[in-house]
Design a protein around this ligand. Structure first.
Ligand SMILES: O=P(O)(O)OC[C@H]1O[C@H](O[C@H]2O[C@H](CO)[C@@H](O)[C@H](O)[C@H]2O)[C@H](O)[C@@H](O)[C@@H]1O
Length: 370
């Protein structure tokens, strides 16, 4: 695959499930009328290079613009087929996945937004369905399972609501093991009172808090902008901001963080993210969790990481470098990725998780895992 800039990627939002607003977020002024407009725009929207890991030459603004449907070219025909051949469906090729995992201990890592819940206009309404929750619960009964998200732990836990999981929030900078209620599960190796925790960016909390307030003030004049406090990192959403104002938003964010050399700017799906400069990402969280679970130096472990955006690429790369397990990218369109398999959308993720459980339940026949 060579010309990644030509690859389009979807970012169609799904109708939001109404839910009460939560703390730790701030929508800028005029949101209510803008949300209606945004929903209309979202209905016609099918592409988002911004979430595709695509490198667009020029400024960040160019890159933000590239996520507009007007600028993106869908990939069709031979180029698409070629990409799918290199990144086959983990469902259609499930037998291959099972064969690769045979005789090994599976550990499951799941991103949240765009993986367990569909992308929606309002981040507070990215609800996970009960069916999906049951699928994740089923997986966690058989395999150690972690949620790895850009969101803060409390927020992602509010959505997932499963105590038997590991959680790595704030892009892996806040890691927490299962609560005692989950100790009945055979795979929980940590002893009671031996809780797994890790907060490598703890010293940055005061500065993040300060910048959150400064960004909230700065973004107040940009209609539809939303600043979300994810504890160890911040998200500035521009999904509901007119494209004509993206430049002002980008400049405003940069002006605020200019005075903070300890912070850096990254980009997700219609979101600018501000995080500490420390060398820690979702890939580091994956490594930390595997070690905490006692898999360091073991050849018989098979981590499966499922995620949909560029921040998940750090975890895919770790798996590729370890030569272990499998990265699965959730996407309907070709994207530059280190993942080896694909699933099209959260409903396919659910089906894949169910298949994993079913295969494990037939474990005596040795279909999957140990
Ligand atoms: O690592 P993740 O669990 O995928 O979290 C990444 C970001 O997800 C959320 O934003 C994205 O999803 C929203 C809801 O569907 C959508 O409105 C937004 O445009 C997307 O960027 C979350 O709000 C961010 O804080 C996370 O960093």
């Amino acid at each position: 695959m060579t010309n990644h800039a030509g690859f389009a990627a979807e970012d169609a939002v799904t109708a939001a499930v109404p839910a009460p607003a939560q703390a730790g977020r701030h929508f800028s002024a005029f949101l209510t009328p803008r949300l209606t407009d945004c929903k209309k725009a979202a209905a016609a929207e099918h592409v988002d290079l911004a979430g595709a890991g695509v490198t667009v030459p020029g400024s960040w603004l160019d890159s933000m613009r590239a996520s507009s449907p007007r600028h993106a070219k869908p990939v069709v025909g031979a180029e698409h087929d070629d990409w799918m051949e290199k990144h086959p469906s983990a469902l259609a090729w499930f037998e291959s996945v099972a064969a690769a995992a045979k005789g090994k201990e599976i550990v499951v890592f799941l991103d949240y937004d765009g993986t367990l819940s569909p992308i929606v206009t309002d981040p507070d309404r990215a609800i996970m369905t009960d069916d999906m929750r049951e699928a994740v619960r089923g997986v966690a009964k058989h395999f150690p399972t972690a949620i790895v998200s850009g969101r803060c732990i409390d927020k992602v836990f509010d959505f997932v609501k499963l105590e038997e999981l590991y959680y790595a929030g704030s892009h892996g900078m806040d890691i927490r093991g299962p609560t005692a209620a989950a100790s009945e599960y055979h795979h929980i190796k940590a002893k009671q009172g031996d809780a797994v925790t890790c907060q490598p960016a703890a010293e940055f909390l005061p500065v993040i808090e300060e910048v959150y307030h400064a960004l909230t003030v700065k973004m107040a004049s940009i209609r539809g902008a939303l600043v979300e406090n994810n504890k160890f990192c911040l998200s500035v959403h521009y999904r509901c901001v007119d494209e004509a104002e993206w430049g002002a938003l980008d400049a405003g964010v940069r002006a605020v963080i200019e005075g903070y050399p300890d912070l850096r700017l990254t980009k997700g799906r219609k979101v600018l993210e501000i995080r500490p400069v420390i060398d820690w990402d979702k890939g580091s969280a994956l490594q930390f969790l595997l070690k905490s679970l006692g898999y360091e130096g073991r050849k018989d472990v098979f981590p499966i990481y499922i995620g949909d955006d560029r921040t998940d690429e750090d975890a895919f790369k770790v798996l590729r470098n370890r030569g272990q397990g499998m990265g699965i990218l959730v996407t309907k369109f070709p994207k530059e990725t280190t993942a080896s398999y694909t699933l099209r959308e959260p409903s396919e993720v659910k089906e894949f998780l169910r298949k994993l459980v079913k295969s494990k339940s037939n474990g005596d026949k040795g279909l999957i895992g140990k």
